[in-house]
Ligand binder design. Structure first.
Ligand code: ADP
Ligand code: MG
Length: 697
């Protein structure tokens, strides 16, 4: 089959629904999807029947309500379509009710105290707007129905529910602004996302020989070989054949599900790669990003590889992130962040960019914490380049436009500039409105903002419900002004001026990876929340509660619950990593270090017996023995710190103890271990080294 024809064959998407549903039901469902009416049981009944027939034709035997609990992973419980009859046979059945609602036992998922343990009930509710699909695992095929997961009283227990709520909020406020600007055609505004997914691939045999990778997804020890990424020879380089074969299969699987996988390339670090799909509506793109992550992992195994989604699997080379390209668009095809040819005169564009500037500056801590996780602590604000400071790259021309309007000057738009390449045979390229800036955490890139802090291993729901909510809030304030205005152009000018005066401090077009920026940002009063534990508590601060509750994205209780969940998860993860570091050091590495020291000692004896003075070997023995002693002490200290942190009863205090004492303890142990790795003969080292992990595929 030609590859374009497989696109969407395993998704119950729009064309399948049009083909298989009676016209009236199809129309009704479209209206439900557009939020114009509620789903009726009668409609669900017909859809369920069509979905079941389609799934069974595709070979599915089971269906599952698929949801995204706050473990950060996805969950599924499978039921077969089989229903026994009185005559000892069976028919296939799938009712409207089974499509709409499921009832998994919620008691084993994190709820942050939202649910008392005796209240085990939880519900899954069909997300009508995200296509169901057939998941193929070997010869087992399952109809997967994307759902939201809530508690007995409707409390959000997942990542999808707040995302859907935030989409509703931003739709409402953006429409108010559009109407006030005179738009009479748009009926809906949707937020869209294109997540660029970074990942590493390692050979499975090396992966499974390392306890740290196997159990935590990152290496807690490991010294770089003489070559790292300094030659910049991997980025955009030739994709290795084995990886190409893997990518081809990943694409096929994704295309079958209607996931528009588009771009693939080598990333900066050795054995690091990227996959980017074409953007889609936030909730669908979020579901699809989960499927992308699962597919990368699944297909890698078939190729004897393991896909690492961790933010920082290796020290000394780049980590992985997820660039979250975000925009707002109308149902009639208008991108609200499109500057057009004359941005200075484009009131709609100026207003929407103003809303983003205000939102990102006012709620910077919320955005920062939406990108916080244990893995990202190794990147943001730590040794790796991206700082933890939120700032916006607007580009010179847009910054000039805002500055010009705010200071009452007229601003010429640089229209239609062509690039002069100095070679007659090369085509003249149209110049983009803005240059790129790779160092900005939040960059305007032509017709969208690219939020670059997002962790590679996590759902993109958090960053997106945060963005949608805070932008809904600033749009609401703008709508209040515009709705009262008698002079729209004049009011827009006022809004732009006021926004620029108050919030231009968030705009930074320079190199965000420098120390000067850290100092400059401090002068501007921009928060620099260098660790997750520092960022997360902002979730329950008064302003955060106000904005999330006002737009019905979270209740106060839901926010408090979420804070507890992330803090607990952080502590548990560091606890696991500390346990791994302790075991690897004491049960794998130090015993062979002792063997080697004994070997050196006997060599010294033998050499001395032959009348030779082995000074350098003696020096080496002393160095090895010293480092082994240091490591052994650090291991004991780490274990003590871990036990102390574990006993801490307050969740925030505990997370801090894990960060300050346990995480630091792992690093203190790593130091002598990594030095020992370089001192021991290669064949002594009891696990694959970075050279194997990063350079052998
Ligand atoms: P980069 O050069 O930044 O690496 P990529 O092509 O890898 O760019 O990824 C850019 C992403 O932005 C793609 O997923 C693309 O579909 C997405 N994108 C483009 N336009 C929009 C938009 N209006 N809203 C959201 N995402 C968008
Ligand atoms: Mg890219």
């Amino acid at each position: 089959m030609p590859f374009n024809e497989i696109f969407g064959i395993n998704a119950f998407g729009d064309s399948v629904m049009r083909d298989r549903l009676p016209k009236a039901i199809y129309k009704e469902l479209k209206e439900v999807q557009a939020g114009e009416r509620e789903l009726t049981v009668a409609c669900a009944e017909v859809v369920a029947n069509a979905m079941k027939d389609w799934a069974i034709e595709k070979g599915a035997t089971h269906y599952t309500h698929w949801f995204q609990p706050m473990t950060g992973l996805t969950a599924e419980k499978h039921d077969s379509f089989i229903s026994p009859t009185a005559d000892g046979l069976a028919i296939v059945e799938f009712s409207g009710k089974e499509l709409i609602q499921g009832e998994p036992d919620a008691s084993s998922f994190p709820s942050g105290g939202l649910r008392a343990t005796f209240e085990a009930r939880g519900y899954t509710a069909w997300d009508v707007t995200s296509p169901a699909y057939i998941m193929e695992e070997g010869n087992c095929k399952t109809l997967v129905i994307p759902t939201a997961f809530v508690g007995y009283h409707g409390e959000a227990l997942d990542k999808k529910t707040p995302l859907l709520r935030s989409m509703q909020a931003v739709n409402k406020q953006a429409l108010r602004v559009l109407k006030a600007l005179g738009n009479t055609t748009s009926k809906r505004v949707v937020s869209s996302v294109g997540p660029e997914q970074e990942y590493f691939l390692v050979d499975a045999q090396y992966f499974s020989a390392r306890q740290d990778l196997l159990l935590s997804g990152r290496t807690v020890f490991g010294a770089l070989p003489p070559k790292g990424q300094e030659l910049e020879d991997h980025y955009f380089g030739k994709i290795p054949e084995r990886v190409s074969a893997f990518m081809t299969e990943v694409n096929e699987e994704l295309w079958k599900l209607g996931i528009p996988s588009k771009t693939q390339h080598n990333e900066v670090a050795p054995n690091q790669f990227e996959l980017a799909p074409i953007y889609g509506v936030s909730n669908v793109a979020t579901d699809q990003n989960y499927v992308v992550m699962m597919t990368l992992k699944k297909v890698a195994k078939r190729h004897g590889l393991v896909c690492l989604l961790h933010e920082k699997p290796f020290r000394g080379v780049n980590g992985s992130g997820k660039h979250n390209n975000w925009s707002l668009a109308t149902d009639d095809g208008m991108n609200l962040l499109n500057p057009g040819n004359t941005p200075a005169a484009n009131l709609q564009f100026l207003v929407f960019v103003s809303a983003v500037l205000d939102a990102v500056d006012t709620y910077a801590p919320l955005l920062r914490l939406s990108a916080a996780n244990t893995g990202n602590d190794h990147r943001l604000g730590a040794n790796e380049a991206p700082p933890a400071i939120i700032s916006i790259f607007l580009g010179q021309q847009l910054a000039d436009i805002f500055e010009g309007i705010a200071s009452g000057k007229t601003v010429p738009s640089q229209e239609g500039v062509k690039l002069e390449l100095g070679v007659n045979t090369l085509p003249k390229l149209p110049k983009d409105l803005t240059d790129r800036n790779r160092t900005s955490p939040f960059a305007f890139t032509g017709n969208k903002f690219e939020f670059r802090m997002v962790p590679s291993s996590e759902s993109i729901a958090g960053p997106n419900f945060t963005l949608n909510t805070v932008v809904a809030e600033t749009l609401a304030a703008i709508a209040d002004k515009l709705e009262k205005s008698k002079d729209i152009a004049g009011t827009v000018k006022e809004i732009v001026t006021e926004t620029w005066k108050k919030h231009s401090r968030i705009v930074f077009n320079g190199n965000g990876y420098t120390d000067e920026w850290v100092k400059e940002a401090a002068k501007r009063g921009l928060p620099n929340l260098t660790s997750s534990v520092e960022a997360w508590p902002y979730l329950t601060k008064e302003d955060s509660v106000k904005v999330f509750t006002k737009h019905n994205v979270f209740t106060k209780e839901e926010l408090h619950a979420r804070l507890d969940i992330v803090l607990e998860k952080y502590s548990k993860q560091i606890n696991i990593e500390a346990g791994i570091a302790f075991e690897m050091a004491t049960r794998e590495i130090l015993p062979v270090v002792t063997d080697y020291a004994v070997e050196l000692a006997s060599q010294i004896q033998a050499l001395e017996a032959s009348g030779v003075k082995p000074a350098s070997i003696k020096a080496k023995l002393v160095e090895v023995a010293d480092l082994a002693e240091k490591a052994a002490k650090a291991a004991v200290a780490l274990e003590a710190a871990r036990k102390a942190a574990k006993a801490d009863l307050d969740v925030l205090g505990q997370a801090k103890a894990y960060r300050d004492n346990v995480f630091a303890g792992i690093e203190a142990l790593r130091d002598p271990i990594d030095q020992l790795e370089k001192l021991l003969p290669k064949e002594y080292w009891p696990m694959p080294a970075y050279e194997e992990l990063l350079f052998r595929i």
